[in-house]
Structures are given as structure tokens and as C-alpha cells.
Design a protein around this ligand. Structure first.
Ligand SMILES: [Zn+2]
Length: 631
């Protein structure tokens, strides 16, 4: 039951609970330095990258980039809300939570949600009975049998049948004394046009109840039994049903997703049922909407590797492009690296052979063939490259089209190592100079970026930098640290601020945060200066101040490190950072000067400025080549 929990009780729970205790219930932890490590419960791994800090009371997994405090751990593990996690802990640690009376508005909202869930549950029961017991359900039963759907699947997913007629459900509920106003809010009935009474939304359709993570029914889908239109009809959005956050099958998929670290994403109800029935239970369906950032956020709680399954190149391409746009728009910086780095094997596109959808494929070829095909599915960018090459061919004309088709997705890649690798691949494949491709992508990136075009984009990261953040920071910094992407530099500084509070006055004095390009990191930095959470027991509370998941994860990743810092090393890093950023800014200043000179037709000045720019570009290119040749 949802009840408001007062702030002071939350602190009491936080003080009483011990994260090592709580995590130990499901993860075998071993001591490693100041921290504990174990195999991550949120992705599948063979060597432990899941780290728990007893001092700071936070956890972070460097394999799948999840992190937080004891509350977030339970929320992720059990798929529960914050109040539910807090109640669970309160019970465990004997903290008494008084039931504070709710405000009338809160009461109304909770009771409405509960009523709607109750209506859905009863409606699903009604539809289910109609499918398995009624004579009218015979056609639907035959249809499902002919599609190969087993009795077990019908029961597992509580499939149903909506009678042919205008008021079967309406009459069922009027016997139960449930108001038509509330029923209308559930989306199961609609008002008649002439405003006299209501009628059933779903008629003569197979019904697929849509469950949420906690196995509550939030909405319904209905499919016709013949060639009628629309083929599929879904519940409208209601107080309990939000399409962009709902995934069909998630309630039965989550544990297998967690165990395998992989999730298959298909489009339709029957595709999903076919996969589950063949033992591929780590699959969900998006139900006609594109994969949203919320879907991705939800799925990353259970699996790191996402395989989107499509029945044609066209559908796959549209979706791959949309995915990239979603990530770009949402600025899911940290996650975007994962999504695009193929070596971390994250988001893949599986296109089934022509004429097949997941449903028909699995029935004809079986689950082994499906898994085999999935194992060879390309990453998003490789997939787009393959498609573009197939579509346009490798004539001169074709190559030009390929580049213009790929420039947008390539420019959207935030991980500069990944970006450099893809650009290199594309250039090799097309047999053209890498610098030409690079220039084109940079121009697009500069147009897309909100930040000044010149800053923060061109400095390629040095290879051989530690991949995990744990090893990344040392007081005696290697020389290669000066050539690297803005983000990684900025993360070093935030890690320093979280782990080495003595440095905060220097950060202030040098105005370091002013040079940050990454907005998430900058706001975390300012919050650190404001709240000074560096003493160990304050970090866990500090994490709670951020609702933004990306920011929470950044903080745990950067705070949990177990490094030794010294002031001299830190000051050298800060000095280099400020110095580099100032130089980059003068670069963007140069761009502005060039524009002004062009506008005012000042040819002499323009020539001077352009040669300056040329020299600058050469220096950068040289540095980049030096980095790439080291590999
Ligand atoms: Zn993990």
C-alpha cells in the first residue's frame, strides 16, 4: 500500500540499514581493499565488477553502469518503488513508520489507481473465462490453436476473448456495482456518440492483458479473428497505463533477462508468445510504439545486451535510426557509450530471413536457430552500414549516398573511441580517405551540438586508457592523460572532488567547473561544492538528492573508487584541464572571428584567420594520427 513516509523516517532507515548486509542476501561479496566486490545481480558476468562501499553505503557496477544507495539497490533488484523499498528496510531494521493521514488529493489518486487496477484484474478474469469456457469462445480457441499457441501459454499470459456484442463487459460490471464513470476511465468502455450510455471497447477480439513489472494488469490489447480492421486495438493511456513505459511480457521476462544479461525486443503479441513458448523467455514486445528512452531505462535494470528483432531490413533500419535519435535527444551520455560501443556488445539488430517474423521463424526453425542468428546479429551502426552499402552499392554515386545516410548516426555517437573506429571502418569499406569522412561527420556534429562547435569534440581519447573508472584516477598521472576527451577529463575531476575533499577550495579558486562541457557533470560538481558530501557517510545521502538516473550512476561510479590522491598530482591535473579548455575556447573564438570577417568581407583578415585555423587543424590531425597509430 502506498503511504507517505516522512523525511526523518527515511533518514532513520538510512542510518539503520547496512548496504553490505542487504546486498549479501542475494550476492556473494568478497572484501577487496576498502570495498567489497561480487558478481553483479543486474547483468551476467564471470569476473566481479559489482562493487559495494561499506563506508559510503553505495554500490556501483562497472560492467553495466548501475549504481546507487541501499534504496536504489532494492528498487532495481525487486522492481519496486522508493516507498516500497523504504518500507521493506524499515521492517527489516525495526524502524516504526506511523501511518500518517494522506491529503485528500493523495487519497483520491491512490484510490483511483487501485480501483483501475482492480477493474482491469476483474475484466481480465472475465475475458479469460470467456476464452477457455464459453461456447462463443470456440472460434478464438481454434484461432490460437491454429497459430500454435498452447494451453499453457494461454494460462500463463491470461489470454482472453471479448464477446461479439456491445455490452457484455458493461453488463458484467453493472452487476458488480462499479460506476460507468470509473469504467470509462479504465478505457474498457466508451461513451456513445449521442451521450446516452456506453459500449464495450473490445468486441469479438482475442484479448492480451498487459502486465507491468509487478504483474499488475495495466491495460489490454485486442486482436481481430479475421481480416477485420484495425487488426490490433489497444487500451488508451490511463492513470495506470503509459505506453512509453509498458512492455508486453516484462513480468515473465525479467528474471531470465537478469540471468542471461540479454533481452530480445519484438514488436507484436504473438511474436512474444511464440518466443516464450519456445523457452526464449527473456523477450518483451513494444506493441507498436518505438522503443522509448523509458523502455531502455527499464530494460537496463535487467539486461545490458538488447537485441531488437525485425522482419525486414526496412523495419530494422527505421528502428535503428529512431533509437539513435532517442539517445541523442535524451542525452543519455553515459548510456550512449554502452549502446554504441560494439566491443561492449550492447544494442543489436536481428533481421530475420525474408518472409519471416519472429513468430513464424521460431515455429519453423526452432529456438536453437533463433539463438544462433541472434549471436551473429550486428550492432546498430554496423547494421546501418551494411544496409546502406546494400541499398546504394559502391559506385561513386552510391558512396556519396552512403556517407550522407550515415553522417547523422555517426555524428551522434558520443563515445569518441567508438566513433573513430566506425569512421575508420566506413572509410576502409568505401575505399576513401578517412580524413574526408571525418571532416564530414565533424561538420554535422558541430551543427548538432549545443556546445560551441570547436570545443570538446576533436580531442580523440588516447587508446589504452583504463576502461573502468576504478583504475582511472591516480595521483601520479600518466602523460597520456592530457590528450583525451572532455568527458573523461571532467569525470576525473568529479571523482577527485568526491574522494578528496581537500581539493574543493582549489576547484573553487580555479573556477574549474566553468570549463565543463558536460551539463550532468557540471551540475554534480556544483552540488558537491554546495553540499560538500565528501565525508564518507554523506555520500549515500548525496546520491538521493539526484532523481536523474544518469547523474546517480555517475556519482556512484566516481565516488566508489579506492584511490590515493595527493595534492600535487591533483593540482597538475586541474592546471592541465583549465589550460586545455582555454585553448579550445580560443579555437571557437577563432571560428566566430572567421564568421565575422566573412560577413564584413574583410579578405586580408579572413586569410590570416583561415591560415591560423588550418595550422590548428593540422596540429589536431597530427595528434589524432599519432593516437591511432599507437593502436
Ligand atoms: Zn552489472
Amino acid at each position: 500500500m502506498a503511504v507517505f513516509i516522512p523525511e526523518e523516517k527515511i533518514s532513520e532507515i538510512k542510518n539503520a540499514a547496512d548496504i553490505v548486509d542487504v546486498v549479501s542476501e542475494s550476492v556473494l561479496l568478497k572484501k577487496a581493499g576498502k570495498n567489497y566486490i561480487g558478481l553483479c545481480p543486474f547483468h551476467s558476468e564471470k569476473t566481479p565488477s559489482f562493487t559495494v562501499s561499506p563506508d559510503k553505503q553505495i554500490f556501483h557496477c562497472f560492467g553495466c553502469n548501475t549504481g546507487g544507495n541501499v534504496f536504489s539497490f532494492l528498487m532495481k533488484q525487486d522492481g519496486v518503488s522508493f516507498p516500497e523499498a523504504a518500507r521493506h528496510l524499515a521492517k527489516r531494521y525495526g524502524v516504526d513508520i506511523p501511518d500518517r493521514p494522506l491529503s485528500p488529493a493523495q487519497k483520491k489518486e491512490i484510490s483511483q489507481r487501485e480501483s483501475l487496477l482492480d477493474i482491469n484484474r476483474r475484466a481480465a478474469g472475465f475475458y479469460h473465462q470467456a476464452l477457455i469456457n464459453s461456447s462463443a469462445g470456440q472460434t478464438a480457441r481454434s484461432y490460437l490453436a491454429q497459430r500454435g499457441i498452447s494451453q499453457q501459454t494461454i494460462v500463463d499470459f491470461k489470454l482472453g476473448y471479448a464477446h461479439d456484442g456491445w455490452d457484455h463487459l458493461l453488463r458484467f460490471f453493472s452487476d458488480k456495482r462499479i460506476s460507468s464513470g470509473l469504467l470509462e476511465k479504465s478505457g474498457l468502455i466508451l461513451p456513445r456518440k449521442n451521450k446516452s450510455g456506453h459500449y464495450d471497447r473490445f468486441r469479438n477480439r482475442i484479448i492480451f492483458p498487459i502486465f507491468d513489472v509487478n504483474t499488475q494488469i495495466v491495460g489490454f490489447g485486442g486482436r481481430v479473428l479475421d481480416d477485420g480492421l484495425p487488426k490490433y486495438l489497444n487500451s488508451p493511456e490511463t492513470a495506470v497505463y503509459d505506453k512509453s513505459r509498458s512492455l508486453y511480457g516484462i513480468h515473465r521476462a525479467k528474471s531470465k533477462c537478469r540471468a542471461t544479461g540479454t533481452v530480445f525486443i519484438v514488436e507484436g503479441y504473438l511474436d512474444l508468445l511464440a518466443l516464450h513458448q519456445h523457452g526464449i523467455e527473456n523477450s518483451v514486445a513494444t506493441l507498436g510504439t518505438a522503443l522509448t528512452a523509458d523502455h531502455v531505462k527499464m530494460l537496463t535494470r535487467y539486461a545490458r545486451r538488447m537485441i531488437l528483432v525485425y522482419d525486414s531490413d526496412e523495419a530494422g533500419m527505421r528502428s535503428a535510426q529512431r533509437c539513435i535519435e532517442t539517445f541523442w535527444q535524451e542525452h543519455v551520455d553515459f548510456r550512449r557509450e554502452d549502446v554504441f560501443s560494439e566491443d561492449k556488445a550492447d544494442t543489436h539488430i536481428l533481421v530475420l530471413p525474408t518472409g519471416h517474423d519472429p513468430d513464424s521463424y521460431i515455429f519453423e526453425h526452432g529456438p536453437e536457430a533463433f539463438s544462433e542468428a541472434a549471436a551473429h546479429s550486428p550492432g546498430i551502426i554496423t547494421f546501418l552500414m551494411d544496409c546502406a552499402v546494400r541499398k546504394h552499392g559502391l559506385t561513386t554515386e552510391g558512396k556519396i549516398r552512403i556517407i550522407s545516410e550515415l553522417q547523422q548516426p555517426l555524428a551522434a555517437i558520443n563515445d569518441q573511441i567508438a566513433q573513430a573506429i566506425y569512421i575508420q571502418q566506413l572509410a576502409e569499406r568505401l575505399g576513401i580517405a578517412e580524413s574526408a569522412v571525418l571532416e564530414r561527420i565533424r561538420a554535422v556534429a558541430a551543427r548538432q551540438s549545443r556546445a560551441p562547435a570547436f570545443a570538446g569534440r576533436q580531442a580523440a581519447p588516447a587508446p589504452g586508457l583504463p576502461k573502468s573508472e576504478t583504475a582511472a584516477t591516480h595521483a601520479g598521472l600518466p602523460e597520456s592523460f592530457e590528450i583525451k576527451s572532455g568527458d573523461r577529463f571532467e569525470r576525473q575531476i568529479i571523482a577527485m572532488m568526491l574522494q578528496y575533499p581537500d581539493i574543493l577550495p582549489e576547484i573553487n579558486r580555479l573556477n574549474v567547473l566553468e570549463y565543463f562541457e558536460n551539463k550532468n557533470l557540471e551540475s554534480i560538481g556544483s552540488a558537491i561544492l554546495k553540499f560538500k558530501p565528501a565525508t564518507d557517510d554523506q555520500v549515500s545521502a548525496f546520491v538521493s538528492k539526484f532523481e536523474n538516473q544518469t547523474q546517480q550512476t555517475l556519482i556512484t561510479a566516481l565516488a566508489i573508487g579506492d584511490e590515493s590522491w595527493n595534492k600535487k598530482g591533483c593540482l597538475r591535473l586541474l592546471g592541465k584541464f583549465v589550460d586545455t579548455r582555454q585553448k579550445l575556447r580560443s579555437g571557437s573564438l577563432l571560428e566566430a572571428q572567421i564568421k565575422a570577417a566573412e560577413k564584413s568581407n574583410d579578405h586580408d583578415l579572413l586569410i590570416t584567420l583561415l591560415s591560423k585555423k588550418q595550422k590548428m587543424a593540422e596540429r589536431i590531425e597530427k595528434r589524432k594520427m599519432a593516437i591511432l597509430s599507437e593502436k
